[in-house]
Write a protein of this length. Structure first.
Length: 158
């Protein structure tokens, strides 16, 4: 592919509805922009850094997010399907606090759901798992504070 190299700077410009096809656009810097409803198909987003972003109601599918960093982000109602997350780390994941835009004083939020996921060797530490529900899952080798979940269930059933 023969490409014309050109660096562009846009300030106070509306480029909504623009199309970029067969474009190399690496190491771009976006600051204080709206990318709402943007579609990226067949794109290389490796090592992308997203900071202080609203990604609510975003759909990510058939994606490899290896090396990506997402920090201070609103991921409410995000949908991820067929996503590689090996080596993924989640830190300080919280529900909205009073004063946040999505705060609900009754703490009534749509549940976080994992379905048909391979979560082998996942480590969960220092987390609030109140009302966690596990159903129809292979729990072989699962431990809670060093105790085998299988053995705990067996002893409970007697």
């Amino acid at each position: 592919m023969n490409l014309k190299a050109e660096k562009l700077t846009y300030k106070n410009t509306d480029i909504s509805g623009s199309r970029f096809e067969m474009v190399k656009a690496e190491a771009l810097h976006f600051d204080n922009v709206s990318l709402a409803k943007t579609q990226i198909n067949n794109g290389n987003l490796s090592s992308i850094v997203l900071h202080d972003v609203n990604m609510s109601e975003t759909s990510i599918s058939d994606a490899n997010l290896t090396g990506s960093v997402i920090k201070d982000a609103n991921l409410s109602h995000i949908k991820m399907d067929h996503v590689y997350l090996f080596g993924a780390e989640f830190h300080n994941v919280v529900l909205p606090h009073q004063g946040d835009g999505n705060y609900n004083p009754e703490q009534q939020y749509k549940p976080i759901s994992f379905q048909n996921c391979d979560l082998r060797n996942v480590q969960i530490r220092n987390c609030n798992l109140t009302n966690l529900e596990i159903s129809d899952c292979d729990i072989a080798g699962v431990t809670i504070n060093g105790y085998s979940l299988e053995e705990l269930i067996k002893s409970f059933r007697g």
